[in-house]
Structure formats: structure tokens, C-alpha cells
Design a binder for this molecule. Structure first.
Ligand SMILES: C[S@@+](CC[C@H](N)C(=O)[O-])C[C@H]1O[C@@H](n2cnc3c(N)ncnc32)[C@H](O)[C@@H]1O
Length: 324
């Protein structure tokens, strides 16, 4: 069982009483086993994890490390590996848990390297990571000195992967809540830094997403925004007719200039484009821990500059901005 009391206290300190009132009910209803056919099984896996002890915890490394290989006998390691694999597919990582190397679909550490020297120091900051997946970046943010990290993600498999990793780690001021950003009450203004990485293009209304992010930040707080972009001028945006790289739920892919303008119009200040990188098949690929199709299968076989639908292949921008 996760103790949410420190999280409630931190939110109350920031006068986020409205959310503290809602949260216990939100957690119960989101994690009701009728919400997903496999949820009860995943919950059992987490409950039945053996109590493992280790002094080795390393968050400031490419693979989030908990436990050393020789903290656990071979039989225990085999059992843990089986338990971890019940929560397939592992998309964000890597993790190294008691010597078991979870080689995830994404090398999420590459994204972290692109942004870590550009963001304000995370020391003692209260951080929200919107659409945090299984929480890989939440651990990296904690490792960089944050006071507390709250991730939110509506996908229950992500939340259960996080809970499993957290159980191996032991008590920590990091949480992943089974919520979408639209479930946060209006007017929070509670966080020093808000990350939204890989979420904007999943939102039907990107401007509303930016306003929701601004609304989570304290005045002067920092937004770290990462999203798919296209080459193009101010005003240019791609709205795919149907799927994009086989994904059904992709809406707006702006040019960088357009995205910067959206941020300006939403009242952000000090807007800096710090990185634009095409996603490579080395960064996103199928592995033993994510056995489904991946980027290579979603690109045009003849021309990797295009998706299989003939649209520009994925390219991602990172922008940092401050709320007014
Ligand atoms: C492409 S992944 C990005 C994960 C991680 N932030 C990263 O950059 O590696 C997008 C995540 O956003 C989550 N998501 C989708 N809709 C969301 C919403 N309305 N609120 C918060 N998260 C959402 C998805 O479940 C998914 O885990």
C-alpha cells in the first residue's frame, strides 16, 4: 500500500486543498478492478512481490537502478523476472532491477540527456509530470534533487509498472497517479516545474492543454514541453486525416514557430526552443521487453523520412517556458 499522506501534505502546503479533497475518491475509482480486464492480475503481481532488501539505489544513471545482481539468488531473480514480464509491454526506461536489465521500447534516457542541462535546477522543486508513462522520468527528476515528483497517467498498466518499481525501491517522494490532466481541478497553481512530454499531440485541443499546464504552475514556474513537430513556417500545422505512424489518437503536429506562437498566446514568457530531434529506430524499437511492432514498422519501408501513411516521419521538439 502506498502512503499518500506526504503527497497530501505537500499539496496542502501549496494550497491545493481542492485536489486533496478529490484525490482519495479519484484513486479508489481509477484503481477499481472492473476498470480493466487485467488490473486485478497486475495488482496481485505487485502485492506478491517478495520483500527484497538492498542498499543500492541509483537514480542519476541511464538505467534507473534498484538492487544489485548479487542481492538476490538466481532462483529469486528468475521469479522476479517472470513477475516483471507479466506487466509486458515495458515502453519507457531502461531499468536495472536486481541485475535484471529491462531494455524498454524507448531509450527514455536519451530524451533526459537532451533536456537536463537546459532546465532550471530541480533542487527542492515540487514537480508534476503529465503523461509520465511508467514514471521513468519521475525517477530521474527525483534523482536530480526534486523535493517531490507527482506523475499522472491514465493508462493503468503504466501505473502498475510504476507501483512495482516503487515497491522494490521502498518509500520515496515520488507518485504516479492514475489520472488524466483533465481530472485535475482548475486553478491549482501549485507546481514549480511541470513536464508534458509526448502528450500534446494526443490532445484534441492543444491550446486547452497548454492552458491546463499553465494552470498547474505557480507564477513564474517552468514548463518543459516535448511534442511531435513538423518542418514549416509560422501558422503551419499537420492534422493527419487518419492514423499517424499507425497511431489512432494523434491530432495536431505544429511547426516549431507555430508551437511557440501557441505558447505566447497562452501567456507563457521566456520561451526557448532547446532541441529538435528526429526519432530514430535506435531510440524507439522492439525489444525482448516490448515484443510488439515499433517505429521501424511504422515508417515507409522505401523512404524512412515518411511514415507508412506518407506523412513526415516523427520529429520531436523540446521547449522550455515560464508561466507569467
Ligand atoms: C508518448 S507517452 C510519453 C511518456 C513520457 N512522458 C515520455 O516522454 O517518455 C504519452 C503518455 O501520455 C499519457 N496520456 C494520454 N492522455 C493523457 C491525458 N489526458 N493526461 C495525462 N496523460 C495522458 C499516455 O497514457 C502515455 O503514457
Amino acid at each position: 500500500m502506498i502512503d499518500y499522506q506526504p503527497l497530501y501534505s505537500a499539496l496542502l502546503d501549496r494550497e491545493a486543498d481542492a485536489w486533496v479533497k478529490l484525490l482519495p475518491g479519484q484513486l479508489v475509482s481509477a484503481l477499481d478492478s472492473t476498470r480493466h480486464g487485467n488490473l486485478a492480475q497486475w495488482q496481485t503481481v505487485v502485492e506478491r512481490l517478495p520483500k527484497l532488501t538492498t542498499t543500492h539505489r541509483l537514480l542519476d544513471a541511464d538505467a534507473v537502478q534498484i538492487g544489485r545482481s548479487d542481492d538476490l539468488p538466481e532462483a529469486g531473480k528468475k521469479q522476479l523476472e517472470q513477475q516483471l514480464k507479466t506487466l509486458h509491454p515495458w515502453r519507457k526506461g531502461p531499468f536495472d532491477l536486481f541485475g535484471i536489465k529491462i531494455d524498454t521500447e524507448w531509450r527514455s534516457n536519451w530524451k533526459w540527456h537532451r533536456l537536463k542541462t537546459h532546465i532550471s535546477p530541480l533542487n527542492q522543486r515540487l514537480v508534476l509530470d503529465v503523461g509520465c508513462g511508467n514514471g521513468y522520468h519521475c525517477w530521474r527528476i527525483l534523482g536530480a534533487g526534486a523535493k517531490m515528483v507527482i506523475g499522472i497517467d491514465p493508462l493503468l498498466l503504466n501505473v502498475m509498472q510504476f507501483q512495482l518499481v516503487r515497491k522494490l525501491y521502498g518509500e520515496a517522494l515520488v507518485y504516479v497517479l492514475p489520472l488524466g490532466i483533465e481530472e485535475l481541478p482548475y486553478g491549482l497553481k501549485a507546481f514549480d516545474t511541470v513536464f508534458s512530454m509526448g502528450v500534446l499531440y494526443h490532445r484534441r485541443s492543444p491550446i486547452d492543454h497548454l492552458l491546463e499546464l499553465r494552470d498547474c504552475l505557480q507564477p513564474g514556474g517552468e514548463l518543459v514541453l516535448e511534442t511531435l513537430v513538423i518542418d514549416g513556417r509560422l501558422g503551419e500545422v499537420l492534422l493527419p486525416e487518419g492514423r499517424y505512424a499507425k497511431m489512432r489518437n494523434v491530432w495536431f503536429l505544429p511547426s516549431c514557430e507555430t508551437l511557440i506562437n501557441w505558447l505566447k498566446r497562452c501567456g507563457f514568457k521566456n520561451i526557448r526552443l532547446i532541441d529538435v530531434t528526429p526519432t530514430s529506430v535506435e531510440e524507439q524499437r522492439s525489444t525482448e521487453w516490448m515484443r510488439f511492432h515499433s517505429l521501424k514498422d511504422f515508417l515507409d519501408a522505401e523512404n524512412p523520412q515518411l511514415t507508412c501513411e506518407g506523412l513526415p516521419a516523427p520529429k520531436r521538439a523540446i521547449i522550455i517556458a515560464n508561466s507569467a
